[in-house]
Design a protein around this ligand. Structure first.
Ligand code: HEC
Ligand code: HEC
Length: 212
């Protein structure tokens, strides 16, 4: 499924290059502009409507309502808008690496990027895997992670929501930080994952993916 979509994405990217829609300027989107949009309910609703229209391609993997159907693809629903916009910017500038997400984000214009963030983050999260509770994961989370990600893993502007996130995505993300693969090199997360074993990571994913 992912392979097929990645292939389609490459074709879209190639086509738009041929048609001359290539990206010329690399402007990271400003969090202040998003905050202004979120603080006015009329503008917010308009952004959500625009984001729904602009996100049909993203929905192939992230789900129409931002709840992914694929365990390796993160939910975007319910995520903190400022966190998500910053990640979009990181893909845009290449600071965060993913062979498909970087070109996909660069095909969007500024308003589309902002609107898509407004749309997905306004959706409700359906916890990825319920009934997967791990007591070891809960204890480890509260000892090490909660001070940044929050006691209920709901996150904030700088720290992503982890509650209800996809199980495989959590495992892959934590493993890549720990192994310093270079896809994401955020220093706090490199430090926080350095001492985790594979079974710690699995326990954390079991606990977090079932949280509401
Ligand atoms: C081919 C499937 C696919 C499509 C289509 C897709 N994504 Fe993604 N997306 C992924 C995967 C896989 C990841 C996880 C990348 C990683 O592991 O770092 C991701 C990650 C993200 C993240 C980071 C989430 C986080 O929690 O940090 C954002 C934001 C995002 N995608 C936005 C988009 C937008 C906007 C679109 C439409 C333009 C889109 N994606 C289309 C597969 C896809
Ligand atoms: C000192 C603050 C801090 C602590 C403690 C911390 N994190 Fe993070 N975490 C962050 C930041 C900042 C990010 C965003 C990093 C980036 O942009 O790559 C993040 C990102 C993540 C992500 C990526 C989520 C996504 O949607 O892509 C996961 C998973 C995660 N943290 C899990 C954990 C777990 C599990 C622990 C405990 C073992 C932990 N974090 C402890 C600050 C922290």
């Amino acid at each position: 499924m992912i392979r097929l979509l990645r292939f389609q994405a490459t074709r879209v990217a190639l086509l738009s290059c041929l048609l001359g829609f290539s990206v010329t300027s690399v402007h990271a989107q400003s969090p202040e502009r998003l905050k202004a949009v979120l603080s006015d309910s009329g503008t917010h609703q308009a952004a959500i409507a625009g984001g729904k229209r602009a996100s049909s391609f993203c929905a192939n993997c992230h789900g129409v309502d931002g709840n992914s159907k694929l365990s390796e693809v993160p939910n975007l629903a319910g995520q903190n808008p400022i966190y998500l916009l910053n990640q979009v910017n990181k893909f845009y500038t290449g600071e965060r690496k993913d062979p498909w997400m970087e070109p996909a984000i660069r095909l969007l214009n500024e308003s589309e990027r902002l609107n898509i963030v407004a749309y997905f983050t306004a959706m409700r999260v359906v916890p990825a895997r319920s009934g997967s509770y791990s007591r070891a994961g809960e204890q480890l989370f509260h000892r090490v992670c909660a001070r940044c990600h929050g006691p209920q893993a709901l996150g904030g502007e700088r720290f992503p929501r982890l509650a209800g996130q996809q199980h495989t995505y959590l495992i892959q993300s934590l493993t890549r930080y720990r192994d310093r693969t270079g896809t994401r090199m955020e220093p706090e997360m490199l430090a926080m994952t350095a001492g985790l074993s594979d079974s710690d990571i699995r326990a954390l994913a079991d606990y977090l993916s079932g949280l509401r």
